[in-house]
Design a protein. Sequence first.
Length: 741
Amino acid sequence: MTHTNYAYMTEAEIELENKAIAQQYKELLKISYQTLSEEDKKLIRKAFDVAVDAHKEQRRKSGEAYIFHPIAVAKIVGSEIGLGATSIAAALMHDVVEDTDITVEQIEQWFNPKVAKIVEGLTKMALLEPDPHISMQAENYRKMLLTLNDDVRVILIKIADRLHNMQTMESMVDYKQAKIASETLYIYAPLAHRLGLFNIKTQLEDLGLKYTEPTVYQDIVNRMKETTEEQQEYIKGVSDILKHSLDQEHIEYSMKGRPKSIYSIRKKMKAQNVTFDEVYDKFALRIIYKSTPHDEKFIAWKIYSIVTDHFRPSPNRLRDWISSPKSTGYEALHITVMGPKGRWVEIQIRSERMDEIAEKGYAAHYKYKQGVTEENTLDMWLNQLKEALENAETDAVDFVEDFKLSLYSKEIYVFTPKGQIKSLPKGATALDFAFCIHSEVGLHTRGTRVNGRLVPLNHVLNSGDQVEVITSENKKPSPSWLEYATTSRARNKIKNALNEDTKKIADDGKEQLQRKLKHLKVTMNEKVVNEMATYFRLKTSQELFYRVGAGVIDNTQLKEFASNRNNTLFNFFKKTIKRSPSLPVIDSGNAKADLLVFGKDKEKLDYKLATCCNPISGDNVFGFVTINDGIKVHRTDCPNAISLRSNYAYRILQAQWIDASSAMNFEATINIIGLDSAGLTSEITKIIMESNVVNIRSISLSEDAGIFKGSITVIVQNNEILKKMMANIKKIGGIEKVTRG
């Protein structure tokens, strides 16, 4: 954000900008999902006036007046999330306490305690984000998520704020775009998913991909544009076939084609190791019908019957979320059918009510339920997330990892002995079910029966199982239970039970550490604690406090830390990076030997290439400062990249290849699939030998019922050589796919 006195703007430009602000305000009132009363409009107008006045001297990096940002966030809150006047007013003022002299007390005085509390929660969240080069990003996520205990509207407005920031990131530098986009994919998109905000989730994922893998994103966008006309024609063909039968049954409906999100296409390409052309279900047909609550299910299955009369369904791809709605509130029938020209197409069947809930999440519920208020609905929303937030003491990274898994996991539906249905993540065990019933039931579990048969506690449940828990007052959790449980709720409860003594020692250790550091003239804060954890090679602050409390870390070691401590964390890390014979040959006197340089100053440092993604010269990469193993270099599309950038943003180093074409060779593996034919192996070998490959490390070739599979590991100097070689192999007749391992 920048400040201005409008000195460079003409009167005409100022007048034009003021008109645009007024127009945005009118749109906000017009597009609000809820019907606004006169009192609501007065509340929103007052909040708008406060925000305009508070931000009048501020502008965004793009140059536009800052007030456009809170108005945009309020529009998302009001239309896409579907919240009411209280939330819209808070969204308009979400930055005023952080950025101006206005206080929370003044907002409470001018408005009401609810608006003030939401603005205070948003301000706290903003202030909890210190310098990303110092503080652990995961700790910020943890604190952010814990604000849910105050008011879920805080997190909903924060999601809207993040969406608008993602929509307007063009003016930021590349590395900041990548960091913010990684955070978005790591936590905000899963949060939106868990809250049933599917439109927002999709936008966050697509924008996240745009800035983490810009080339891949743009390639998919271009390919989708090329096939838009063909897809529309295909959807029209399917629609025309169904239309006559639906009309005959006097069903009121609308039909529309919906392309799959760019992110979901990319995800499928990676998961199945296929190209864009090999992703067959790139679009779906949605049928939305009018219905009374009484007839909803009947009409849904009637439409299903009509669809399957015309097209053969895939028996494995029926998803009935009408009989058993998702825990996010999502209801629909999804069927995949064999359409014209032998192509699979997904058809989604929803009532108008189901469609609104799918778009708006729980905010749409109370529109259809008498006696249910927005406050009740927000409580329902909050209950979706509370389980994972019950243990505030856990390590921040573990907390966020557990929480993220619980947000995105697929669901199974199991029954209690009395026939009640319970939803659990796919892969949940009998012990997870016990904790799902109640914490006390879980903690005193002696055994479990599934479908009447005694099973071990780590037995993995399937949808439709009926589960009975056998308890005993004398039974207590053992450490092995952590291996049996998969849900964050169960694991947190078990950890709490096991760690009561550990926690007491850690609490004592924290107090001791504060006193000892004070004596050494070091102020204990988050930055110092993170540095100490790195220095003593510990994963968490809790481990640090425990070791001090238990006397494992003594006064002598603390004195050594204090004397070695440097003000700059980057330099602190550099001192801990040990030179090792296993590292690449780095000779500061020889520019050719330094293949990578790091940071803004392009420093030459020792590094290792990460084995999880095997980067080679020319790949887009970044450096990650590990605690025990120096700098590890990862590709930006590495499976671990999003997690590393989100949890450890302060350890990420910009990395850049320099011209050292003959200084180092890289190992790369390519996988080949195709139809087997005589001479195929020699053709592939010939291309490799002609491709400036330094060496062939290993070849594994096999044939199975006419299908050829090959895995070849080669030594190359850069990715240009590798790409050219792969392209030439792909040209061989019968070769179906060539991918990098």
